[in-house]
Design a protein around this ligand. Sequence first.
Ligand code: PHE
Length: 336
Amino acid sequence: MDIEALKQESEQEIKGVKSLEELEAVRIKYLGRKGLLTNFLKELAGLAEEKRRTQGKLANTAKQLFNELLEQKKTELNQQKEMNEAGSQVDLTLPGRKSWLGHKHPITQVLDEIVEIFVGMGFEEKLGPEIETEWYNYAALNFPEDHPARDQIACFYLDDKYLLRSHTSPVQIRVMEKQKPPVRIIAPGRVFRPDAFDASHAPVFHQVEGLYVDENVSLAELKGTLEMFCRKMFGENVKVRFTPSYFPFTEPSADIAISCVICDGAGCKTCKNTGWLEILGSGMVHPAVLENVGYDSEKYSGYAFGMGVERVAMVKYRIDDIRLFYENDIRFIQQF
Ligand code: PHE
């Protein structure tokens, strides 16, 4: 047989092969000890030199090509085999799997929203440490030692020197110590209080603190800014009420309430029949606080306010138990 014919015939045969067993048979047929190609190469020895050289070249290329095709076919058949085996375990009728997208916790969402409203009014976001000293949590904020007002904002002590901050007001002090007026900051963060964990109290919760100090800052500005905030947060039609209050670090002080979002002021369980929901503590920064950070209290004045983020979230989304925010029941969390 001539080498061209042998080459074509062997190629054709490999292409037609359907299994690894068949492939092995074809290999033996051509390249086995008595294979057709093997024999052809053996017989070359008896040829005249010139013919041997040309025919030898052709035979070697044919052999090489045959081997390559053999390898290719082998890989192909092996892949097919693997796929068939896996195929029996894959249910192609199953719907595709979607990756689960998480989102921010409702408290983080509300906190971001509060901060964003104030940043839009020119406040700058500042953060402070959660571990504080008595000076920052109390003394610098004009809480006298052994004064009952310290119980109003009680804290967890870590040792003689350190405590977990029980409000974000210490951030006011830290910022004013470093910066001269004008200061206009918003300070969100976690705070800690030794309260029983019930429907309206959590030992760990979040506050947002605001502070504005400059020359001639007035109570009217405090009122205008916080009224604006309440309308942005709770809706244009909400009514805002200021009532006198007490904090050692502000004078005068005011609690701020909005008309109840449930009954619109008529009186219900949520507002304890008052028609109002308290949202914020606020006031004009006490001169003693300004002096504590080295500000001239004759020259500068300011206002400060603080609110509980959980409280704001509960009012905004009509949630009646603060514990829901911490149980992380996915059925609750997913609603936001
Ligand atoms: N720090 C006060 C609290 O935790 C809130 C407050 C802040 C009141 C700033 C007045 C001014 O209750």
